[in-house]
Design a protein around this ligand. Structure first.
Ligand code: ZN
Length: 374
């Protein structure tokens, strides 16, 4: 793990000009941001299906992530060693990121997280309405991610979840023109539950997102992938509802499971472009500009070529170092720019870190606030 992290650090220092950060000198980052805690917004982008260094940060991979390398990483604090010690399935891993606890729910079942989510902590401690916390998720299997089954929290206290595919299915009644935007969950066994209950209804397309069904359908035809559809919805949501806590999960890279290397690379390139698009939206929307921290992190990695138990880029089955050691970057007011940290973090540290920034307590999280941000 240390070697992987050092390599990643050295790639970034060489190519993106980052400076090595030190944990010995507390930087008091957010106290210097000048943004009152009550006005802060946080946007989180996670990728379901990380990518390996040889296709991203390593010299031979950097051409796939030009926007991260040239635009976003130089403005960010970058952590090279975020270790996921949990189950490597995308739904359960994303639930772990969102609760700060390694969840043990069945990855292929329609179940809420067992521990309180960041959305529940945020809303309860800060007395925020449901409209202030949203999740835009890639797969119909994520419809329960917004709130936990914990007895002290739970139904009605978490985030509202938009499943863009569900919205599109409702708007287009499943016409073949839209099939490329409706591919779901690339893992097996294939799982896509019928969604009922907490989903975003078509009526809300009109009233909340201010989109007519026809405009939505017409625009969707210009999009090339499910993640592009998600980012389109995210931009509409930012403009019309401006939630303070917005969580976006992307999934295009995970097409790697299908085994086509070129589609996996296309997914990486698209994700790279969409991350910059979200950051540009943050910088251009008055409700977000100058007061928003953006976190970007994969849920976990993929298998290495060396491990005999895996099949290279295609899957994340082995639980080896490559598939567990991922990274995280943060950018926004008060975050030191162009710094790389290689000390290990845990995937569960994200939620308490957001809590420290926004002023709520993630009391049941297993993680710790990242000191470099405090
Ligand atoms: Zn996967």
């Amino acid at each position: 793990m240390t070697q992987l992290s050092r390599n990643r650090r050295d790639f970034l220092r060489a190519a993106a000009g980052l400076t090595l950060g030190s944990t010995l000198l507390p930087s008091r980052l957010f106290s210097r941001s000048g943004v009152p805690q009550k006005d802060r917004k946080v946007v989180v982008i996670t990728f379901g299906g990380g990518a390996r260094d040889q296709e991203t940060f390593a010299p031979e991979g950097q051409e796939n992530i030009p926007n991260l390398m040239r635009e976003l990483i130089p403005q960010s604090s970058f952590f090279t060693q975020v270790v996921n010690r949990g189950i490597l399935g995308h739904y359960v891993a994303t639930a772990s990121l969102a609760t700060g606890v390694y969840e043990t729910i069945n990855n292929f079942a329609s179940l809420p997280p067992q521990s309180p989510t960041v959305f529940e902590y945020f809303r309860r401690d800060l007395h925020r309405p449901a409209s202030d916390a949203w999740v835009v998720a890639p797969s119909n299997g994520f419809n329960r991610i917004g709130e936990s089954s914990h007895r002290s929290y739970g139904p009605g206290q978490g985030a509202r979840v938009i499943l863009p595919k569900h919205l599109l299915t409702a708007a287009t009644k499943g016409t073949p023109d839209y099939e490329h935007l409706l591919r779901d969950n690339y893992e097996t066994p294939f799982f896509a539950p019928e969604v009922a209950g907490n989903e975003f209804e078509l009526e809300q397309l009109r009233t909340l997102l201010k989109l007519s069904v026809n405009d939505f359908k017409t625009h969707a035809l210009t999009l090339s992938s499910p993640d592009e559809l998600s980012v389109y919805i995210v931009r509409q949501l930012m403009r019309q509802a401006a939630p303070s806590l917005l969580w976006i999960t992307m999934h295009d890279i995970d097409i790697a499971h299908a085994g086509a290397y070129s589609l996996y690379i296309d997914g990486i390139r698209r994700t790279d472009r969409l991350c910059l698009e979200v950051w540009k939206a943050i910088e251009s929307e008055p409700e977000y500009a100058g007061k928003t921290t953006l976190f970007i992190l994969p849920d976990f990695g993929r298998d290495s070529d060396e491990d005999a138990g895996g099949n290279g880029f295609q899957h994340h089955r082995t639980g080896d170092v490559m598939s567990r050691t991922t990274w995280m970057m943060a950018l926004g007011p008060g975050v030191r720019e162009g710094i790389v940290y290689d000390r290990p973090l845990d995937s569960t540290d994200l939620v308490p870190t957001i809590g420290s920034m926004m002023g709520f307590s993630a009391e049941l999280s297993q993680g710790k606030p990242i000191q470099e941000f405090l």
